[in-house]
Every structure is written in C-alpha cells, then in structure tokens.
Ligand binder design. Structure first.
Ligand SMILES: Cc1cc2ncn([C@H]3O[C@H](COP(=O)(O)O)[C@@H](O)[C@H]3O)c2cc1C
Ligand SMILES: O=C(O)c1cccnc1
Length: 355
C-alpha cells in the first residue's frame, strides 16, 4: 500500500568516519552522533554534503472520542475544541515551545465534537468524533483509509512547500484510552501495562479505564487481526491521521519527530504496516504515561529526552527540536582533526616504547 524506501546505508562507513574525525574523542557526542547518522542516511547522497532541517513543522491532530463519555479522563470532550481554540489563539504550551524554537504549527481537525469555524484550522474531519469503542467499532475501515488519504495530502503539501522535517502531536480528550487499546491489540502486552492515568485520573477511574479497554478488546476480538482493523475498532481519527502522516512522510523521505504516548502508538501502527518506516522516526521523549516505556522498547527506540512530561500536544517533540538541530550543526560545521590541526585520536598512535 505504501512504498517506503529503506534509508541509504551505503554511505555508513563514510558518515561514521566523518563523525569520528571531528575534534572530539570517539563517540563523545553520544546520542547526537546517532541522530546525525540517522539524518545523514535519510538526506545525503555524499557524506561530505550538509544536513539541513528546513521549515520544521509541528502538526497537531485533534479529535474526539466516544469513549470519553464513560469516565476515562479528568475532562469532557468539550475541552478538545476549547484547547484547539487556545492553539489558534497562541496560548497553549505547544504554541510557546514552537515559538521558542521557530517551529511552524498547524492544527488539524480530525473530527471534534464541536466544529470550530476558523480558516486557520485544517479541516480533515468526517464527523464529530469516534463511536464508543467498547460498544461498537470506533470508525469504519473506510474512514481509516480516508484518514490516510487526508494525511498524505497534508504531507505532500508540506513537502512541496520545502519542509523536510515533520513533528506530530495530538489533542483529544480520551485518547490515552484509545491509544492504550490500540497498543494492547497491536502488541499483546497486557492492558494494565498499556494503560496509564492520562490527564491524571484517580485510581478508581484508572480501574474503569482498564475495564473499558478490556471490554473493547473482547467486543472486537475476532477483528483485531491487522493494524487497519485495530485502528478502525479502537482508534481515534487523530491517531489514524498521525499513522497516515508517518507513512506518507517516510514515503517522501521525510523524517518524523514523534511526541509522546499517543503519537508513539500511531508510530507503532505505521511500523507494523510498513516496517521500513522505522528508520524515519525520531522519538523525542519518554512521557510519564504508563505504557510509553514498554512501547518505546517495542519500537527499539531510545527517546531523546525524559522530562516527566505528560501533556501531549507535540510538546516533547517541540522541545527536542534544538537537539536535533545541534546534531545537524555539529555534523555540518565542526572541524575535523586535520582542519583544526589537532592530533587525531581516531587511530591512536601506539607507543612502542622506543626512545
Ligand atoms: C486542559 C488540557 C490540555 C491538554 N493538552 C493535551 N492534553 C492531553 O490530554 C489528553 C489525553 O488524556 P486523557 O486520555 O486522560 O483525556 C489529550 O488531549 C492529550 O493531548 C490535555 C488535556 C487537558 C485536560
Ligand atoms: O504521553 C503523552 O503524549 C500524553 C500523556 C498524558 C496525557 N496526554 C498525552
């Protein structure tokens, strides 16, 4: 369905050599070196070319969830559209961090209960939110495919506009319930380990949330056989569009900076659909949501940051951008031993003991 090309490994030894010959002990820039290598594999046709992050853009996908009416969040669904209005007004955490880091921000309505009439919101809705997943399928298979098509158009527009780094975040009351259910169905990891407190529910609500997820898994048991069916039965439409965004970005050769738990679940669905996608993903942080650590392990991902965030919106991804820019800057601009006239420690001279 998606033709994602594997990243280019043919330059690996030259890229390693370029990194190793910079004026530092071997490996001393740690994870920044890994990030530079990942970007180089995606972007470069010659190891001596420069990396570039052009028009980094945060896409925040907003959607409502039928299951939010069943006491699984501290808030009601009305907060989703209220927060989207806050995004448009520039007052949310994600606005502050995007401004701080010169990141463009775009908000996509993936079906909120309340439709906001504002041309700055990208309309990719097919209704007012999903159905309650423990009673019926959250959406149809057709809706999932439509969500992927919306996402592909969105990505194509940004790529045509010169963007070569996308970040994904979300807003949707109840979406840690949907995400935990999708994670459990995709991985077989027990529900209790996939489910957390989301916005900060108490222990009673957490129990209810787990029971509802178990009910949903039971309700759709015979259909949970592939990622598309799993997304249709259990997903949110914002999760579907994040999955579609990752698939399309990888297809266009654009890396994606992934935010927290919900965005990472979308990433897992994308990787299950097209494994080559994995090499285009950069996991910005490990959130405090129970399940995120297990999920990142499953994705074989080392998150860039661990800040105890539990917000979503794309905040962790926006905060990680400067580190990614630092990886690019050192790869492009740091002097080599030869250029700087510093004695190389790449191939250390073995002291033979001779006088
Ligand atoms: C005021 C407010 C702002 C938010 N911004 C992001 N989220 C986060 O919380 C929601 C997921 O948690 P749950 O599954 O418990 O509802 C998502 O909207 C997520 O982005 C927010 C939540 C609230 C209440
Ligand atoms: O990890 C996340 O993305 C997250 C955690 C809690 C609430 N909202 C989002």
């Amino acid at each position: 369905m998606y033709t994602v090309s594997p990243v280019n490994h043919t330059l690996d030894s030259e890229i390693h050599s370029r990194i190793d010959h910079k004026t530092k002990p071997l490996g001393a820039l740690g994870e920044l070196e890994t990030l530079a290598l990942q970007l180089a594999r995606i972007q470069l046709t010659k190891a001596s070319d420069k990396l570039a992050l052009n028009k980094p853009t945060m896409l925040v996908f907003a959607g409502d969830h039928g299951v939010a009416d069943y006491g699984v969040s501290i808030g009601g669904s009305e907060i989703t559209a209220q927060m989207v209005q806050n995004f448009i007004n520039g007052g949310a955490a994600i606005n502050v961090f995007c401004r701080q880091n010169n990141m463009a921000l775009e908000v996509i309505d993936c079906g909120m209960k309340t439709q906001l009439d504002d041309p700055r919101i990208i309309n990719q809705r097919l209704g007012n939110g999903t159905k309650a997943m423990h009673k019926e399928a959250a959406m149809s298979i057709n809706t999932v495919h439509q969500g992927f098509a919306f996402a592909r158009e969105l990505v194509q527009r940004h790529v045509n506009n010169g963007c070569n780094l996308l970040a994904i975040g979300e807003m949707g009351i109840g979406n840690t319930t949907a995400a935990a259910a999708v994670m459990a169905a995709l991985t077989g990891i027990p529900v209790a380990e996939c489910t957390g407190k989301g916005t900060g529910i108490d222990i009673v609500a957490l129990k209810r949330k787990r029971i509802i997820i178990e009910q949903a898994l039971l309700e759709h048991y015979s259909h949970l056989t592939n990622p598309i069916q799993i997304l249709a039965c259990l997903g949110g439409f914002e999760i579907v569009q994040m999955t579609g965004t990752i698939l399309a970005a990888a297809e266009f050769g654009v890396p994606v900076l992934v935010d927290g738990f919900i965005a990472s679940v979308a990433a897992l669905a994308a990787v299950e659909l097209a494994p080559a996608v994995r090499d285009y993903l950069i996991f910005s942080h490990e959130s405090d949501e129970n399940g995120h650590r297990r999920l990142l392990l499953r994705l074989n991902a080392r998150p860039m940051l661990r800040l105890g965030l539990r917000l979503g919106e794309g905040t962790g991804a926006a905060l990680a951008l400067p580190l990614l820019q630092a990886a690019v800057a050192f790869y492009n601009d740091m002097a080599s031993f030869a250029e700087a006239g510093v004695t190389s420690v790449v191939e250390p001279v073995v002291n033979s003991g001779a006088a």
